[in-house]
Design a protein around this ligand. Structure first.
Ligand SMILES: NC(=O)c1ccc[n+]([C@@H]2O[C@H](COP(=O)([O-])OP(=O)(O)OC[C@H]3O[C@@H](n4cnc5c(N)ncnc54)[C@H](OP(=O)(O)O)[C@@H]3O)[C@@H](O)[C@H]2O)c1
Length: 367
C-alpha cells in the first residue's frame, strides 16, 4: 500500500530540534506492506484523515526513520481479528486515532491502518468522514486532560449528579475552569466537554476567535494578548483552581498559574513546562500517546520514556465507546477540506508548521 513514511536520521532530527526549523523533506510516499492484525485488532481502510501539529513535529523531530506518519482517521472496517468479531464487522464506519510517527506498521497517512478494536469508535449516520476524523488526537487529549489529569466528574452522567461540590462552588463564583487557547482544536473540544460536565468555561483567544469559542460554549473569553487579561480573569472568576493550557508556549502556562495564585491549583500542559514558580500551583504534562497502553520513548536512551498507565487506556476506550451518543453535545471543530491525496497532506502540514491555521481542523481525503 502507499503510505507517508519518514526518512530522517537522528542527526537531522536533532538539528531541527536545535534550530526550530524543518530542514529538507522529512517524509515521502512509499510502498509498504499492508499491516497484519492480531486477534483483538481491526484493519481500517482509510477514507479521510485530520492533520495535527504532532504530525509535523514527528516528521521534523520525533519520528525514527521508516515510521508511518499520521494519527487521526475515519474509514471502514476491513478484516476483523477473531476476538473483535462481536464488536465490528467488515464495512462498519469507524474513526479514531493511532500513534503515527513511531512504528513501521502503524499510522494513519496510508491506505490501511491497524488499531485495537476497543480504541476506535463507531461513526453514526449523519457524520461525514472528515467530521468523524476530527475526533482524534484533539478530542481524546481534551477528554484525558479534563477527566483523568484534572479529575473532573464523569462525562457520561448528567451534571446534576456529577459533583455536589462543583455545583456549590459555582454559586460562589467558582465551578469555573480555565481553558487557555480555546480556539485551538484541543480547546474547542475541551470547552464543549467541560460544559457537558457542567463547568463554567473561561477561555482565552485572539479577538478574531471570540465568536468561535462562544459558539462552542465558552461562558467568558479574554484576549490573551492583553497585559491585563490574567487580572481581568481573577476579578471575574476568583476561585479557579483548574486549567488546561491548550498551547503551552511562551507565557501561556505561567499565565494560567497566575490566575490561580490565590487558591493554588493545577495546570495541565501539552508541552513540558517544567515546574511552576507560583506557590501552590502544579503543572502536569500530558502526552496523548500514553492512551494506547504501550510504553514508548523519544530519542532513546537519552530522551524521555513513557511507561504504561492503564487508566489512560481505559479512559480512551470509555470515551470512544460513549462518543456516538456524545456527538450531539460535542460537535466537530470547523473543518477545512484540502482535497484528496498525500500531496494535500504535505501542503496542509506546511500550513500548520507555518502557524497559519486558526480555529480550523484540516482534513484530507484518501478515497
Ligand atoms: N501533548 C499532547 O499530547 C498534545 C496533544 C494535542 C495537541 N498538542 C499540542 O497542543 C497545541 C494545540 O494543538 P491543536 O491541534 O489544538 O492546535 P491548532 O488548532 O492548530 O491551534 C491553532 C490555534 O492556536 C492558537 N495560538 C497559536 N499561538 C498561540 C499562542 N502563542 N498563545 C495562545 N494561542 C495561540 C491560535 O489562536 P488564535 O487565532 O485565537 O490566536 C490558533 O487558533 C499544539 O502545540 C499541539 O502540538 C499536544
Amino acid at each position: 500500500m502507499d503510505a507517508l513514511v519518514t526518512n530522517r536520521g537522528p542527526l537531522s532530527r536533532v538539528l531541527n530540534l536545535a534550530s526550530n526549523k524543518s530542514i529538507g523533506q522529512g517524509c515521502a510516499v512509499k510502498r509498504i506492506p499492508i499491516p497484519t492484525i492480531s486477534a483483538h485488532q481491526i484493519l481500517v481502510k482509510v477514507h479521510a484523515v485530520a492533520l495535527n501539529p504532532i504530525d509535523f513535529i514527528s516528521i521534523d523531530i520525533l519520528a525514527p526513520r521508516g515510521s508511518i506518519i499520521g494519527c487521526d482517521y475515519a474509514g471502514s472496517v476491513a478484516p476483523v481479528g477473531e476476538r473483535a468479531l462481536g464488536q465490528w464487522k467488515v464495512g462498519d464506519r469507524v474513526a479514531g486515532f493511532v500513534y503515527g510517527g513511531l512504528y513501521k506498521d502503524r499510522g494513519s497517512f496510508c491506505r490501511y491502518l491497524k488499531v485495537d478494536a476497543d480504541l476506535a469508535w463507531r461513526v453514526p449516520a449523519g457524520l461525514s468522514d472528515g467530521e468523524a476524523a476530527s475526533y482524534g488526537v484533539s478530542a481524546a487529549t481534551a477528554m484525558l486532560a479534563l477527566t483523568v489529569y484534572l479529575g473532573l466528574p464523569s462525562l457520561y452522567e448528567p451534571p446534576a449528579s456529577a459533583s455536589p461540590n462543583m455545583l456549590k462552588d459555582r454559586s460562589e463564583g467558582g465551578g469555573a475552569i480555565l481553558i487557555y487557547a480555546g480556539s485551538t482544536t484541543v480547546g474547542l473540544f475541551a470547552i464543549q466537554l467541560a460544559r457537558k460536565i457542567g463547568y463554567t468555561v473561561v477561555t482565552t483567544a485572539s479577538p478574531h476567535s471570540f465568536e468561535l469559542v462562544k459558539q462552542y460554549g465558552a461562558d467568558s473569553v479574554f484576549d490573551y494578548h492583553s497585559p491585563t487579561a490574567a487580572q481581568d480573569i481573577i476579578r471575574s472568576f476568583p476561585c479557579i483552581t483548574q486549567a488546561l493550557d491548550c498551547i503551552s508556549k511562551g507565557p501561556s502556562t505561567e499565565f494560567c498559574a497566575r490566575v490561580m495564585a490565590r487558591n493554588g491549583g493545577k495546570v495541565v500542559t501539552l508541552l513540558d513546562q517544567g515546574k511552576s514558580k507560583v506557590e501552590g500551583v502544579t503543572y502536569e504534562y500530558l502526552v496523548c500517546f500514553t492512551m494506547f497502553g504501550e510504553k514508548f520513548a523519544w530519542f532513546p536512551p537519552v530522551g524521555p520514556a513513557f511507561p504504561v498507565v492503564a487508566s489512560r487506556r481505559e479512559a480512551l476506550a470509555g470515551f470512544y465507546a460513549n462518543l456516538p451518543s456524545l456527538v450531539g453535545y460535542v460537535k466537530p471543530p470547523p473543518l477545512l477540506v484540502l482535497g484528496t491525496g498525500f500531496e494535500k497532506i504535505l501542503e496542509g502540514l506546511d500550513e500548520l508548521r507555518a502557524g497559519k491555521v486558526s480555529g480550523r481542523k484540516l482534513i484530507v481525503k484518501l478515497e
